[in-house]
Design a protein around this ligand. Structure first.
Ligand code: B12
Length: 216
């Protein structure tokens, strides 16, 4: 079904996108619903880029608009200052600099009081292992948007195995190209390519019940 906000985002119409976001907040839509609609719009931007209808400058524009959407939404995202649950390490895999999706997930987890160590982008497999060791994290979230970088995620899982740490860490892969096949190839435990599924997975791992105080 065509959605006005999704279309405005796909058309890179900044003014209309932000206006519709404000309207949806007032109408009672959740932040997660709004983010997801915008993400689908940005997905169309990616398709138009693949078809050569959009250029790199349009990808950059979509980044700017999405950041603007997050600035509008942030005051409406409920926060919980009590630090809770196990440590989580997150980063974008080596060779990949996309971080908007990762940052949204980190923002939502931190808002719910979880301790997230953000390693940033273009993170080498060895650095993920080092960070898990340093922070005693039991959840490792790895973001990937560039397909050819997927093999480096397998390397992270193999290194965890070699270090005898595999059983202690749940590995979650996320990003536009991930699917069941990527999960199986990399040896990850879970995968998500939208915000709703990402939060469902974290809830499941953290044992957070829907409707509880620590829910995202
Ligand atoms: C915006 C954008 C950019 C921005 C990135 C800005 C930034 N700070 O991230 C800029 C302009 C810098 C950029 C650069 C490039 N990009 Co780009 N980019 C995109 C675009 C349009 C949107 C990505 C995005 O932010 N989506 C919105 C967020 C919210 O969605 P998301 O990332 O999927 O994240 C959600 C879920 O996946 C999930 N999630 C994400 N991470 C994680 C992690 C965990 C642990 C979990 C649980 C969940 C999770 O939750 C998020 C919330 O909903 C995509 C198209 C697409 N379909 O994704 C192309 C795309 C990813 N880019 C692409 C390309 C080719 C490039 C460039 C190589 C272009 C170039 N010629 O230079 C460079 C990459 C350089 C590099 N080495 O990384 C291709 C990749 C093709 C491929 N399959 O390999 C795509 C698919 C476009 C296309 N169709 O061709 N890009």
């Amino acid at each position: 079904m065509e959605d006005e906000l999704q279309i405005a985002m796909a058309d890179l119409d900044e003014e209309k996108t932000l206006l519709l976001v404000e309207e949806r907040i007032k109408a009672g839509y959740s932040s997660v619903e709004i983010i997801e609609t915008c993400r689908r719009g940005v997905e169309i931007v990616g398709e138009k880029y693949s078809d050569s209808h959009y250029y790199l400058s349009d990808l950059i524009m979509s980044e700017e608009i999405l950041k603007g959407v997050m600035r509008v939404l942030e005051p409406y995202i409920p926060t919980n200052d009590t630090v809770q649950g196990p440590s989580i390490v997150m980063g974008t895999i080596e060779g990949d600099i996309h971080d908007l999706g990762k940052n949204i997930i980190i923002y939502l987890l931190r808002s719910s009081g979880y301790k997230v160590h953000d390693l940033g982008v273009d993170v080498k497999p060895e650095r993920f292992i080092q960070a898990v060791n340093e922070t005693n994290a039991s959840i490792l979230g790895i973001s990937v948007l560039i397909s050819f970088c997927v093999s480096s995620i397998k390397r992270v899982v193999d290194l965890l195995d070699e270090a005898g740490m595999r059983d202690k860490v749940k590995v979650v892969v996320g990003g536009y190209p991930v699917n069941q096949e990527v999960k199986e190839f990399t040896g990850a435990d879970f995968y998500a390519n939208d915000v709703t599924e990402a939060l469902r997975i974290y809830r499941e791992i953290l044992g957070v019940e829907e409707g509880s105080v620590s829910e995202f």
